[in-house]
Design a protein around this ligand. Structure first.
Ligand code: GDP
Length: 315
């Protein structure tokens, strides 16, 4: 069944192409920032280490409520990735916003993340950002993205991608490079129309596959993933099936979903949503957290081994 009021979309970009600014603007446009509320820091850059380095290191998710639809925005690491983190978090999404600088065009990180997104079958929404830049060449950049997708073996459906032209800095998104629109609504509408709603079983037994693991000094390990089936309740007695097939029982101590400014604790979360759970202290990527009587086991998450290796020359 399609969960029509949810969209799970990853946001992918080469460093500095405007991912953080874009998410801020989308939040603003969806009315997430109340009037007069001062937001001291940009949402996706709230990590200290990240601020220091000026790049996005940790994956952090937020959600945007746009009309009836909750858009979970899944951040992806913006740096070279050797641990498969990008692939894992992309597993939670049905589509991806590919943000490309209208002047620079696709860059190495664009290519790297796009390759994984295409391989997972995600619907790609191309967002040509910074169209305000002097010398911006939005149409050429769209062609370059198309060529790159062909090279990366995109399907015909993926090649038929929607394009939105944006200036995140100035807070607008447009269907054509010069249509004069001055808000972000075209991008929000494109996400809702073009990214498929998640496929799930709301009335089935609970089943969550852990796609990424977070850590908090207060609660310990936090498993994050998309709930494929059922409803996850706080206090629920669950079975964990690990990648290697070993099983153990545990109790879910806390359940979180995502909202405008990050995680928020809830009593229960429904299928199709991206959720975080506390209580699975041994959680690893790919583990299933499921119903004890009717366990569901999804295919393991496949992560390509890094192709780079360091060769030590014996001296
Ligand atoms: P991220 O690394 O992808 O998260 O990129 P940021 O959102 O941090 O943006 C990188 C830089 O590009 C910042 O200096 C932004 O102010 C700037 N920037 C973002 N969007 C735009 C835009 O639409 N136009 C212009 N000219 N600059 C932008």
């Amino acid at each position: 069944m399609k969960q029509d009021n949810i969209r799970n979309v990853a946001i992918i970009a080469h460093v500095d192409h405007g991912k953080t600014t874009m998410v801020d603007r989308l939040l603003g446009a969806a009315g997430a920032f109340r009037e007069n509320q001062r937001v001291e820091e940009r949402v996706l850059d709230s990590n200290d280490q990240e601020r220091e380095r000026g790049i996005t290191i940790l994956s952090k998710n937020i959600a945007i409520q746009y009309g009836d639809v909750k858009i979970n925005v899944i951040d992806t690491p913006g740096h070279a990735d050797f641990g498969g983190e990008v692939e894992r978090v992309l597993n939670m999404a049905d589509g991806a916003l590919l943000i490309v600088d209208a002047f620079e065009g696709p860059m190495p990180q664009t290519r790297f993340v796009l390759r994984h997104a295409l391989a997972l079958g995600l619907r790609i929404v191309v967002v040509v950002n910074k169209v305000d830049r002097p010398g911006a060449r939005p149409d050429e950049v769209v062609d370059a993205v198309f060529d790159l997708m062909v090279e990366l073996d995109a399907s015909d459906e993926q090649l038929d991608f929607p394009v939105v032209f944006a200036s995140a800095m100035n807070g607008y998104a447009r269907y054509a490079a010069d249509d004069g629109n001055m808000d972000m609504v075209p991008l929000l509408d494109t996400i809702v129309q073009q990214v498929p709603a998640p496929d799930c079983e709301p009335s089935g037994p609970v089943a969550l596959q852990i796609c990424t693991v977070d850590h908090s000094s207060f609660v310990g390990r936090i498993g994050v993933g998309r709930l494929y089936s059922g409803t996850m309740h706080k206090g629920e007695q669950v079975l964990v099936i690990k990648n290697d097939g070993t099983r153990y029982n545990t109790q879910i101590k806390q359940v979180f979903t995502f909202q405008e400014l990050g995680k928020v604790e809830v009593e229960a979360a429904g299928a199709g949503d991206i959720i975080a759970v506390v209580g699975v202290d041994d959680a690893d990527i790919g583990d299933m957290v499921t119903n004890r009587d009717n366990p569901i086991r999804l295919d393991p998450i496949e992560v390509e081994q890094p192709t780079m290796s360091v060769v030590f020359e014996p001296s």
